[in-house]
Design a protein around this ligand. Sequence first.
Ligand code: UD1
Length: 419
Amino acid sequence: MDKLVVTGPTPLKGEVVISGAKNAAVAILPAALLIDGICTIENVPNISDVKISCEILEKLGAKIDWIAPNTITIDSRNITTTKAPLDLTSKFRASYYIIGAMLSRKGSIEVGMPGGCKLGARPIDQHIKGFEALGATVTVEKGKIVANAEKLVGNNIYMDIVSVGATINIMLSAVLAEGTTIIDNAAKEPHIVDVANFLNTMGADIRGAGTDVIKVNGVKRLKGDATYSVVPDQIEAGTFMLAAVASKGDLLIKNCITKHLESITAKIVEVGAHVEDYGDSIRVWCDKRPKSAKIKTLPYPGFPTDLQPQMGVVLSIANGTSMINENIWESRFQYTEELNKMGAKISAQGKTAIFEGVEKLSGSPVYSTDLRAGAALIIAGIVAEGTTEIYNLEHIDRGYENIEEKFRNIGANIKRVTE
Ligand code: UD1
């Protein structure tokens, strides 16, 4: 079993380069199943969720080559089965994108129930509603999802809830459908725009991604023969921004799209940090104890739920009492118990957590309860006095590329130890 050993406190200083977005990559890879040809994808983060996605695609008959450390080619000309391996698909959340892509390409698919971080109930009713509106039959039983369609025909779909996954999945299923699909009340996250741009580069006709109405005009075939580069990871960039604030450091965060970071920038300025925005990089520094704040997580362009735990570390050491209102996931405060082991004073109940800021945290053994909680605990370890040991690293490895190397390069005393 691996653990991360972090000794602090250390103000983080220097430059860090952001990788391609996990949540875009894990959608773009299945989207490549729609292509009757070969495509090249650059800026692919080398993380375990991506490796599992590659394995699933290969089991379905696609051929994948890593031609450079972050570049792959995918040849989807010969899809040989419509049964995705149940064990692999149930390992992570984004395996549900296989359904939309394979329904569109082959009219049939069987996958395991998607797994992923335990953040509370994670229903997929809006995905299913979309597939059914296009003419598919979907059954969920005995831990698997089976979807079939003789033919998919475009339709108007109003999403009852703003869902990133359902928006992308319906977009995927509509790409090769007959006629036009309109997705109303769509999610607007940067990776939705990225998946649409990828598909359009390969020959699809998708308009309006990034607004709450997306129009997909079905096309007969995606031909591929093109290269696409995955958008920089907004959540990884935000993680380092918040690490700079919490550690009273000074970081230049490169290869990001600062437009995607506006809600985070606004909050870190509010707590007293400084920001210089260069468009594709951002400098964040903080020279005093952060001030308290109120945070509400919301769909994009609101403050992202995936940065809520990292913001929680900043607020745990802020001057005064802060509040976080979590509006997306019902169980996203599990990390607060771990921070309390390090001396934080947080009480969480239902959707709300109250942070009574303490002057310092102290090192302790802690357990990463999910992916972003893991990132938050690394930041807490860097800020805390003494040594923090972080367990359950499989969560962190799912979504952050070379995380300890990136933190070490900006001054953190962090190492991975195999016990
Ligand atoms: C994606 C991200 C995840 C992020 C989340 C919200 C990926 C792989 N994961 O997850 O990191 O935390 O967006 O930004 O991109 N819901 C329903 N029915 C559905 C679908 C969702 O009720 O059919 C609810 C969920 O329970 C949740 C809310 O809608 O309360 C948002 O979920 P959604 O945007 O779908 O999250 P994911 O796509 O699973």
